[in-house]
Every structure is written in structure tokens, then in C-alpha cells.
Ligand binder design. Structure first.
Ligand code: ME8
Length: 647
């Protein structure tokens, strides 16, 4: 029954922070499409992974006092990390690529060299405005109110020797590709790309960096690392074996059938990516689908706003399938969706607990109550059945039409129309009345059988969305492997005539909205440290006696044979360097502090520590709780000159 191959990808995620519900949305949607295609008989390759290089990761690792590799390992593979999240969410990816994998690194070096040798990459100098969080250079005309057009943050002038990719050379074929109408969806994104990026003129793209080192080295020019987006985009090919020996199914699966990406990275996927593939003389992906964002109160989720929704917590509280279902049932895939806990809970209650859950439990309960679990083969048809039966038979086609367009919420709408119709059918046929009359048992058997068949068909269509719950439900309605194949979903009457059902656990318990909201509120409130009370026991005169000055760290080194002490040489504005020892080695490496602007109390008596003079004390912010000490050396704006007094 194989229908050919289907290669589908998610973006590869930045392991700079823990992933949130927005990333989960993207991955769950892709997983559902992959599962659907497998069910239809395609040989599916589903790829996801992590995009581990770049300045942002290098800086975060530095701030955390670990190497960049340790930093990303901690987010990708450590318990509770990205790989665990996908396992928890039942993501069925066939491969997981990390851009730090050796085979990818080597393949990207070969790719870069190939484009260079072809003349599509050349050396020049980059001058422009740079957004550090987005790792993007922008021209003045692209800035919005002087800020980064992608994230709205400050940009700064940067200049460096760099390699450039001849993006301008491919402007015309890329525009034609976009105008073709098949490549980029939803269609609204096509105009955005053409009007905002291609029509103003595509400039050549800076594809190497020298200002940091956490990237794939350009092997023929040490000091340059490959621009993170070139490195990242080619993951889709290297993970199949392009220019490496790790895998060997590039010819089988490439070109990709669809890259699922969020709207803010459509530009990279629909302009830069095809241009680079054209340069490499490789076939282009068949489609890029740009989905919307999950937002909160209309705005983006962000760590700084403190409104990031943790998928681990929600899955733990409501179940993995309930969360998967909510994400895809509620929000049209191409547009933004406003996330709220209320919406999540009401979707679970209405669709899963009431409509689907009740239909399964009522139907199986009736089969057990009236027939001891096994239906008699003798059944009596009634014209009342026709509408339900024909709706059930037609549902697969309607569902597939939506699934094939990635309109996942509309596909679910088709399934739920059927489920709601079946619930209405129970009211219309009133089985509890039929049960009172022995002569009506064949009619009662027909009603229950029709309900089971409708459920079987609905569950086949729901399986890509909520796989685990469907397996449980199949067991309850007595559907074995042969009865749950996609091929059987447009046929009515597949369950054996004397099918046996098993009354099982409640699939989707109703959630008490008020209680759950309180619990969520509690979970989201950070426990926070408990600080000691403030006591007003110092006079202003006491305070004024402390001579606190701004100092610059000239040098800093660990004191030999001491685990704790760092020795600072400071410029305190007097012209004579000052030495202070401070027990903060546990919190800082000496090289992190050189050049920093700090505060010291200078009029304390000198002290000897480990045989060395300490002339003053550095100020830090400290907190100790449950035996755990946290310390931050007080650092000031570097514009403040040494010697200024604090008052
Ligand atoms: O962009 N709602 O990685 P990333 C929906 N490494 N989707 C969201 C979202 C939200 N609130 N927040 C993020 C990168 N996403 C690159 C990709 S691919 C060669 C390189 C989506 O971790 C976002 O739109 O910042 C993007 O598609 C994906 O998560 C990865 O974002």
C-alpha cells in the first residue's frame, strides 16, 4: 500500500532556553501531519533537531560559566530537556539532528567550500546594523523605528571582514518560485516576502562571522565561522546524508515535501534557502508552510515578560493527549492564536470529556449493560440510521482534504461534526427505551453497533492527533488491528457482527475549571526567596562614614592555595593601584571580571589574608537560603569613572 515518500521537518530549535508551549505547538502539529501521512501509507521521514551554534549561545554559556557545548548539552540531552520533552509529547520523529554533530559540521564545511569555489560566496567587508539576539545584520531601510524588524530590539553598528553569498544573483528565480503559488503557504505570506524583501532589492548575504568563535569554522580561512543560518538550513539535507557518510537516504527523501516553520522564519526558508539550494544545484523543497504564533494577551511569550507557558506542567496536569488536542483543535494553523488556561480547560471539557469521552463511555456501557459486552449478530436496520451512516462514510474524504492542506483544526472540525451527530443519534434512538422490550433487542443491537462503527471511524481520524487515547479507545470498542487501518475508514460495517466491547477507564476526565485555574496560578508563581526583615538601626551619620568608591578592575587572579580568594588590582581614581582580596572565586572566574566597574569600601582597616594585604572590601549582592549561597558582585555602568564616591 506504499504511496511513495514524504519528508517533513520542523525548524531546528535554539537550545538557548527551555522550550515553551509555542515550540511544542509547532512540533506537535508537524508530528500529527507525519503520523497522518504514515497512516495513509507513505514512507515518512520526519526530522527535528537543535540549532546549537551562534553568538547568543556563546554569550549565554559564558554568563553561565560553562563551555557552549556543555551549555547546549544541558538543554538538549539532560533530563527535562528538549529530547525528553519530545518523548513526553509522543513525537514520532525518525531522526534528530544536532548542528554540533560531527557529520553535519563536516558537511557544512564542504557545502560552504562548494559555493565558494563556484563563485557564489566571495570575501568582502560587512558594515551594518546588527541584532545580537536574532544574529541578523539589517540595512538601515529594513529597520523599524531604528530597531530590529524581527524582534523589535536595539541594533548596533558592526563592521567585520566577511564572506558574502550572492543572494542578489538569485532574486529573479526566487521571485518566480514564490509567484508560482505552490512553494509558500499560506498565500498571504507570499506577498509579504515579495513586497518586503524581494522588491526593495535583495542584497548579498553576509555568511561568515569573525567576532565570535562558536560556529562551524570556515576550513579554508581560520578565524571565520559559518553564519548560523547557513549552518542551520542545511540541516534538512545533511540529516539525510548530503556530503557525509552518516546517512545515505538523501536521494530517497530529498526534496522535502514540506518544511513547517513559524512565521518569523519564513524569510529564511522561502528566500535564502531556495537561493542556496539553487547555488548548490539541488532540487528545491516542494513546500514551506509558515504557521502562526501562540500569543498571550495578543503579545509574544517571552522569558522577560514572565509569561512563558511550560508544556511539562500542562501535560502533567491535563495529560499529553489533551494538550496535543487543544493546540491543534483551537487555533487555525496559519494564524496567530491567543493561548489561555481557560480556553485549554474548556476545550478539554467540551470536546474531549463531553463529546468524545461520553460517546465512548455511553456506548460501551450500553453494550455491557444490555448485552453483557458482546453484541448479538442479529440487527434490525431503521431509516433513522441512514444519515449517521452516510456521514460516517463521507467523513474520511472531508477530513483528508483538510489534512492535505495542513488545515488541522478544520480536519478536527469534520471529526467532531460526526461525533456530535452520533451523540444526537443516541437521543433520537433512545436505546434505554428499546432495552425495555425484548422484541426490540435486534434494533437495540443495531443502534449500538452503529455507534461503535461511527466511533471506530472517528478514532482512526483522531489517531494522528491523540495516538495514545485512541489506542485505549480502540480496545474499549473492540476494534483490533484490522479494524483501525486508514483503508477501512470510509467503509461502514467493519467491526465483527458480534463484536465484544470492554468497559475501560475514563479517557478524558472532566476538569474542574475553578480548581484547576487556582492550581495553575500557584504553579506559575515562582516560589521566590524569603528575605530577612529590614531593621532601621543605622543613622545617616553612620552610613556617611563608609567611603564607597567606584573602582575599575585592572587585573584579577586566583590566590594560590586558596579555593575561595581572588586577588584584585583596582584603579580607585587615586592614581595608585589598590589591592583587595575577596572570597568570591566560587562565583566568578578571574578573567570574567577584568575591566569591570565595581564598588569597594576603602576606609576599612587593612587586613592580611593568606599572607597578602587586602585594602578594602568589594560590595556584592548576596542571599543565603537553605544553606545555598547566591552572590552577584556589584557592577556599575562602565561609563562611571573610577574614584566617584557613592552616597
Ligand atoms: O528560529 N508560537 O529557532 P527557535 C508558535 N533555530 N511558534 C513559536 C513560538 C510561539 N509562541 N515561539 C517560537 C529558530 N515558535 C531557528 C530555526 S531552522 C533551519 C532554524 C517557533 O527555537 C518559531 O516560530 O527560535 C520557529 O518556527 C520555531 O519555534 C523555532 O524557533
Amino acid at each position: 500500500m506504499e504511496k511513495g515518500t514524504f519528508y517533513i521537518t520542523t525548524p531546528i530549535y535554539y537550545p538557548s532556553d527551555k522550550l515553551h508551549i509555542g515550540h511544542t505547538y509547532c512540533t506537535v502539529a508537524t508530528d500529527t501531519i507525519a503520523r497522518y501521512k504514515r497512516m495513509c501509507g507513505y514512507d515518512v521521514m520526519f526530522l527535528t533537531g537543535t540549532d546549537e551554534h551562534g553568538q547568543k549561545i556563546e554569550e549565554k554559556a559564558k554568563a553561565a560559566g560553562v563551555t557552549p557545548q556543555e551549555f547546549v548539552d544541558n538543554i538538549v540531552t539532560a533530563p527535562g530537556g528538549i529530547k525528553d520533552l519530545w518523548k513526553l509529547m509522543n513525537i514520532s520523529n525518525d531522526r534528530f539532528i544536532r548542528t554540533t554533530d560531527d557529520y553535519h559540521v563536516e558537511a557544512v564545511q564542504r557545502i560552504f567550500k562548494k559555493m565558494y569555489e563556484k563563485g557564489d560566496i566571495y570575501k568582502g567587508a560587512y558594515k551594518g546594523m546588527y541584532c545580537t539576539p536574532c544574529e541578523s545584520f539589517w540595512t538601515e531601510s529594513q529597520l523599524v523605528d531604528g530597531k530590529c524588524p524581527d524582534c523589535g530590539r536595539e541594533v548596533h553598528y558592526a563592521e567585520e571582514e566577511a564572506y558574502f553569498f550572492k543572494l542578489s544573483k538569485y532574486a529573479k528565480p526566487v521571485q518566480e518560485l514564490l509567484e508560482g503559488g505552490e512553494f509558500l503557504e499560506p498565500a498571504s505570506r507570499v506577498n509579504e516576502m515579495i513586497n518586503n524583501f524581494i522588491k526593495p532589492g535583495l542584497e548579498d548575504l553576509c555568511v561568515s562571522r569573525t567576532s565570535f568563535s562558536w560556529g562551524i569554522p570556515v576550513d579554508f580561512d581560520p578565524g571565520h565561522v559559518v553564519y548560523v543560518w547557513v549552518d542551520a538550513l542545511f540541516n534538512y539535507c545533511t540529516a539525510l546524508g548530503l556530503l557525509n557518510d552518516k546517512y545515505s537516504d538523501f536521494d530517497k527523501y530529498w526534496p522535502a515535501d514540506v518544511h513547517i516553520v513559524g512565521k518569523e522564519i519564513v524569510r529564511f526558508h522561502s528566500i535564502i534557502w531556495p537561493a542556496m539550494l539553487m547555488s548548490m544545484e539541488l532540487p528545491l523543497p516542494k513546500k514551506v508552510y509558515g504557521h502562526g504564533w501562540l500569543v498571550i494577551d495578543g503579545g509574544k511569550m517571552s522569558k522577560s515578560k514572565g509569561n512563558v507557558v511550560d508544556p511539562y506542567k500542562l501535560a502533567d496536569m491535563f495529560g499529553v493527549d489533551a494538550l496535543r488536542f487543544f493546540l491543534l483543535r483551537t487555533f487555525p494553523f496559519g494564524s496567530d492564536g491567543n493561548f489561555s488556561n481557560e480556553l485549554l480547560i474548556s476545550t478539554i471539557n467540551t470536546d474531549l470529556a463531553n463529546d468524545l469521552g461520553n460517546l465512548v463511555s455511553r456506548t460501551t456501557a450500553m453494550a455491557v449493560k444490555y448485552f453483557g459486552g458482546t453484541l448479538p449478530a442479529e440487527r434490525e436496520h431503521d431509516a433513522l440510521d441512514d444519515e449517521l451512516i452516510s456521514m460516517a462514510k463521507d467523513a474520511r474524504e472531508k477530513y483528508a482534504a483538510q489534512m492535505d492542506k495542513f488545515q488541522l483544526h478544520l480536519a478536527l472540525e469534520e471529526v467532531f461534526k460526526l461525533i456530535q451527530r452520533a451523540n444526537k443519534y443516541i437521543d433520537e434512538t433512545a436505546p434505554w427505551v428499546l432495552a425495555k422490550d425484548e422484541a426490540k433487542k435486534p434494533r437495540l443491537a443495531a443502534v449500538i453497533y452503529n455507534l461503535l462503527e461511527t466511533l471506530r471511524i472517528a478514532l482512526i481520524m483522531l489517531k494522528p492527533f491523540i495516538p495514545e487515547s485512541c489506542d485505549k479507545a480502540f480496545e474499549q470498542i473492540g476494534a483490533d488491528e484490522a479494524c483501525i487501518a486508514w483503508e477501512t475508514a470510509a467503509t461502514f460495517g467493519v467491526l465483527p457482527a458480534s463484536v465484544t466491547v470492554v468497559k475501560g477507564e475514563t479517557l478524558f476526565p472532566r476538569v474542574d475549571m475553578a480548581k484547576a485555574l487556582v492550581e495553575l496560578e500557584k504553579m506559575n508563581k515562582p516560589a521566590g526567596p524569603v528575605f530577612p526583615p529590614v531593621e532601621p538601626n543605622v543613622t545617616i551619620d553612620d552610613f556617611a562614614k563608609c567611603d564607597m568608591r567606584v573602582c575599575k578592575v585592572l587585573s584579577c587572579e586566583a590566590v594560590k592555595k586558596s579555593e575561595k580568594l581572588l586577588k584584585f588590582t583596582l584603579d580607585d581614581g587615586s592614581g595608585t593601584p589598590r589591592q583587595i582580596l575577596s572570597g568570591i572565586h566560587k562565583f566568578y572566574e578571574p578573567e570574567q571580571l577584568v575591566g569591570k566597574t565595581v564598588v569597594a569600601i576603602l576606609n576599612l582597616p587593612n587586613r592580611k589574608m593568606m599572607g597578602q594585604d587586602s585594602c578594602g572590601m568589594l560590595l556584592s549582592a548576596v542571599h543565603e537560603e537553605n544553606g545555598k549561597e547566591e552572590l552577584h558582585l556589584l557592577m556599575l555602568d562602565d561609563n562611571i569613572p573610577a574614584g566617584f564616591r557613592l552616597c
